[in-house]
Write a new protein. Structure first.
Length: 94
């Protein structure tokens, strides 16, 4: 229980959230072969990340899609084995 509390506390710190933001942006950009920017990431106590202000550009660097927010639900325990198991993805586009 103590380790779970420590992980929850760490996921709420700015340095860890900055690291997650950097990793998510790099992974998505590499995966789709185009520029992806994400403004913020926040962690909810209910095993959910909230990524905000996402911009995806096409190969010519024109804006392709803008997403206001994406909520990603995940399982906590696999994180201890360095696995991210996604339970849900909920985008919000205006």
């Amino acid at each position: 229980m103590g380790l779970l509390l420590l992980v929850t506390i760490l996921l709420n710190t700015k340095p860890i959230q900055g690291y997650l933001l950097e990793q998510a942006t790099h992974y998505l950009s590499k995966k789709i072969g185009s520029t992806v920017t994400i403004s913020t990431v926040e962690y909810s106590l209910f095993a959910e990340f909230q990524f905000s202000d996402i911009l995806v550009k096409d190969k010519q660097e024109n804006d392709l899609i803008t997403i206001d927010q994406v909520d990603i639900g995940f399982k906590i325990l696999p994180l201890f084995k360095q696995n991210l198991v996604v339970k849900s993805v909920s985008p919000t586009v205006s």
